[in-house]
Design a binder for this molecule. Structure first.
Ligand SMILES: [Fe+2]
Length: 273
């Protein structure tokens, strides 16, 4: 029997109303479709996490559009948000300061004080008997990810108080190689730092990421890594700088179910287009 169901969307790449992505894909329509699936699926989620690249360019109007999509969802269950390399701290805080985990976070407080640094969207929340820790790997002006010291310190501080090992870490840039040379040039720059920390505090069992726009499952520092496909479009496994057209594969999302005595079980839900 499900003890908890955490849905994961990623790389929603929401555009301004009426706009399409450069490749002609209507990411807004596809997110609406994913939400329709989520809310009508026989397995009812207890919460949703979106693992970054929430919007396409970081514009205020895009976050306003995203909010119109997510506000009906948050009336049903909590929605947790994580930033990716397409996001913008300031625009995000202007629209989502009241969302769970964001309110009261250090990054939000720094933004309210007008600071231009230490704006990371990083927080932790309780999920039944587990913790969800959201990290921010966004580096302004770069598609590559980086975990800075303050966030790594958060993990070690939190981990000291965590007793069980079913906790979840969410980070847009996966800490593993995707196996694709093009994507791996815009990877997380310092996975070894995270690895050392997770080996020191083995309290996490699942790492949820996005960024690659494909489904990839692997292991890292004793955790299962689930790279969630985009709700907008998938990139080919042999993506190259000259072959960046999305595939015709169906986009989708994950349902992570926590089952008594079994731990987390993740399954992919594909969207029919
Ligand atoms: Fe993306």
């Amino acid at each position: 029997m499900d003890k908890f169901v955490l849905a994961q969307f990623s790389d929603t790449h929401v555009c301004r109303s009426g706009e399409l992505l450069n490749n002609g894909i209507n990411s807004n329509r596809r997110l609406e479709k994913a939400i329709e699936y989520l809310l009508n699926h026989s397995i009812r989620p207890d919460a949703l996490i979106v693992t970054g690249d929430l919007v396409q360019e970081g514009f205020d109007e895009e976050y306003a559009q995203l909010k119109t999509f997510l506000d009906p969802v948050i009336k049903r269950f909590p929605v947790y948000l994580c930033l990716g390399n397409h996001d913008s701290h300031a625009s995000f805080y202007r629209h989502f300061s009241e969302y769970p985990g964001i309110a009261g976070s250090q990054g939000l407080e720094n933004w309210k004080k007008g600071r231009m640094t230490d704006l990371a969207v990083s927080y932790s929340v309780e999920l039944f008997n587990s913790k969800l820790v959201v990290l921010d790997s966004l580096q302004n002006g770069s598609a590559r990810g980086l975990l800075v010291g303050s966030q790594l310190k958060n993990i070690s501080n939190l981990s000291k108080d965590i007793e069980n090992q079913n906790n979840i870490l969410a980070i847009h840039h996966p800490p593993i190689s995707s196996g694709n040379a093009t994507m791996d040039t815009i990877c997380l720059e310092n996975p070894e730092t995270l690895e050392k920390l997770l080996n020191l505090f083995p309290t996490f069992s699942l790492i949820l990421s996005g960024h690659i726009h494909r489904t990839i499952i692997s292991r890292f520092a004793g955790c299962t890594v689930c790279i969630c496909p985009s709700t907008a479009h998938l990139y080919p496994i042999d993506l190259t700088p000259t072959n960046t057209l999305p595939t015709r594969e169906q986009p989708g999302y994950f349902l992570h179910r926590y089952l008594e005595n079994k731990g987390w079980i993740s399954q992919l839900i594909s969207l029919e287009l």
